[in-house]
Ligand binder design. Structure first.
Ligand code: UDP
Ligand code: MG
Length: 312
């Protein structure tokens, strides 16, 4: 009988210090998944260090099970995973980080749940082990997103997850450039389950998610799955309209009946600046959505592959 194939997708950006240990742990995992055939897809997202040479060596000695593809520039984590998904031939796909923050042994639980009939099995973080600021912002982001998004996006889950072949195939139909894969995999539906795990510290190197990359991901997540910020504009607008009407009416009453002419240069100027600020902020929110429409309307290809080492 044909063995089921599991494809592992590993996005790589400057991970030279992690690749050897990662590979050792993946081989160890492969030996525990005896009843399956494993395929490892490394997507080199234009690393500037010696990651590619290390991957090429691994690929040479394991030509059957290892594929390496290299992007023509740095496209970011979400698109690196997307390229891996496009290439994966497995009956299931497991997406995991290459810095050993996602412990490979958790994959055994993911596979077990998949065999129990679930199509998406996501690994949920029991506790965080990053820096404090990242911890608090991530905590808040996940909760805000899950409150306002049009689909149920589980909190405290990253991209570490198993996707069945049919979910992977469905996800390939989503062509948006500003990708938020966790949202898309929720959007696809099917039976979903969680597995709890303790996220470890990054083994070597530094995070490739700079502040701006993380911010972009957060904005893509929110604008791609919710129009709540636009509703917020109408809400705030209505609030100020009603408030100013009542306030103005109060002034008229006070000056006509009580003869009081209230002076208040400071409060007037403050109100003008405050409302000006709010208006710019609201324009910015609208702009985010318009920018998204613009980018998507260009319909550009998602990524460009420079070269690949594999027998495909
Ligand atoms: N990564 C990538 N391209 C990037 C940034 C990161 O492919 O531009 C990869 C990185 O090599 C890692 C995964 O995405 O395998 C997660 O990135 P990282 O660990 O830097 O993010 P963090 O865990 O700090 O959020
Ligand atoms: Mg990491």
């Amino acid at each position: 009988m044909r063995k089921k194939v599991i494809s592992f997708i590993l996005p790589i950006y400057n991970e030279e210090g992690n690749i050897l240990l990662l590979w050792k742990e993946l081989k160890n995992l492969e030996s525990k998944l005896k009843n399956y055939a494993c395929e490892f897809i490394f997507v080199n997202d234009f690393s500037k260090d010696s990651s590619l040479e290390k991957l090429q060596k691994i690929q040479k000695s394991n030509p059957k099970s290892v594929k390496v593809i290299s992007f023509s520039r740095n496209y970011g984590h979400q698109l690196a995973v997307t390229a891996g998904q496009d290439l994966a031939s497995g009956d299931a796909v497991i997406v995991m980080d290459a810095d050993l923050q996602d412990p490979p042994e958790v994959c055994l639980d993911l596979v077990a749940k998949w065999e129990n009939g679930f199509d998406v099995v996501y690994a949920k973080r029991r506790k965080y082990k990053t820096n404090f600021v990242k911890e608090v912002t991530a905590w808040a982001f996940y909760r805000i997103l899950s409150k306002i998004s049009s689909v149920e996006i589980p909190v405290d889950t990253g991209d570490f997850r198993l996707l069945s072949k049919r979910v992977n195939d469905e996800m390939k139909k989503y062509k948006e450039n500003s990708r938020f894969l966790r949202g898309i995999s929720s959007l696809v539906g099917f039976k979903q389950a969680e597995v709890l795990f303790d996220r470890k510290d990054r083994y070597a190197g530094e995070t490739g998610y700079t502040f701006f990359k993380s911010l972009k991901l957060a904005i893509d997540g929110i604008t791609g799955f919710s129009v709540a910020p636009i509703r917020l504009i109408s809400f705030i607008g209505s609030f100020f309209a009603i408030f100013s009407f009542i306030f103005g009416f109060g002034y008229v009453i006070a000056s006509v009946f009580l003869g009081e002419n209230i002076s208040g240069w400071a409060s007037t100027v403050t109100a003008i600046y405050f409302l000006g600020g709010i208006q710019l902020l609201m324009l910015g929110i609208l702009g985010e959505y318009i920018g998204r429409i613009f980018i998507e309307s260009l319909n550009r290809p998602l990524y460009t592959i420079d070269h690949q080492e594999s027998r495909l």
